[in-house]
Design a protein around this ligand. Structure first.
Ligand SMILES: NC(=O)c1ccc[n+]([C@@H]2O[C@H](COP(=O)([O-])OP(=O)(O)OC[C@H]3O[C@@H](n4cnc5c(N)ncnc54)[C@H](OP(=O)(O)O)[C@@H]3O)[C@@H](O)[C@H]2O)c1
Length: 208
């Protein structure tokens, strides 16, 4: 629920998201990012562009609904060029990264946008790449860019709770691929050690 909630609540509570709009998921390779790709698609997105630094994990995202992928690693100009090529005209960014990659992506999108008057809602959701980002002032002046956040506080507890039944229903109906490993509470020590490995969500279940 937690990784899924991040994009579900963001798209349903923080922006007037409409079916047919295009979404960039920045930091799409983690638990929440993989869910965001699927949830954006499920809520009717036309294009869902998945960006992350891990090419191996990115390669699995078209099967989850991503219409294009962008590798964020390597030469900065090449990354900006690719983002400008495939994601410049998106309507919404769901940002799990923040930090330097988010600031660079913002410039790439604003610069590459065909119509800078077209609203661009940048929803700040996670900060795995840094808690601060040096956002150039021009990015906010030169395009209709709005930076907002989504999480507890910007969305009230009541609003979050109201979203959960519908999301739980989608999950239990099997609409999403969820890369999680259920682990019994008795094996919690081993699960803790395993958590240092590849990012598969470990879910501790009660002992029987
Ligand atoms: N606001 C909300 O409602 C809400 C809800 C849930 C989660 N979150 C936040 O969302 C973020 C992601 O959560 P998660 O559960 O998806 O975590 P996760 O499963 O640990 O995934 C994090 C991903 O970020 C990638 N990553 C780390 N540093 C990066 C960098 N510098 N550039 C590009 N990718 C990088 C890692 O990919 P590789 O190592 O494979 O490259 C990893 O796949 C966290 O900040 C979390 O606190 C917010």
């Amino acid at each position: 629920m937690n990784p899924a909630m991040s994009s579900w609540v963001a798209l349903r509570q923080r922006v007037p998201f409409q079916a047919g709009q295009n979404v960039l998921v920045l930091g799409a390779t983690g638990s929440a990012g993989q869910m965001a790709v699927q949830i954006a698609k499920r809520l009717g997105a036309n294009q869902v562009i998945a960006a992350g630094r891990n090419p191996g994990r990115l390669a699995g995202l078209p099967a989850l609904g991503a219409t294009a992928t962008v590798v964020l690693d390597g030469d900065a100009d090449r990354v900006a060029g690719r983002l400008g090529q495939v994601a410049a005209d998106v309507d919404v960014v769901i940002d799990y990264l923040w930090g330097e990659p988010a600031a660079a992506a913002m410039v790439a999108l604003v610069t590459g946008r065909a119509d800078r008057g077209q609203p661009l809602a940048w929803i700040q959701v996670g900060s795995v790449a840094g808690s601060t980002a040096a956002v150039p002032s021009a990015a906010l002046r030169a395009a209709r860019l709005q930076i907002i956040g989504s999480g507890q506080g910007s969305v009230s507890t009541r609003e979050i709770l109201a979203e959960l039944p519908a999301l739980a229903q989608e999950i239990t109906a099997g609409r999403f691929e969820i890369d999680a490993r259920p682990t019994s509470l008795t094996d919690v020590e081993q699960a803790w050690a395993d958590a240092a490995g590849p990012a598969q969500r470990i879910v501790i279940t009660p002992q029987n």
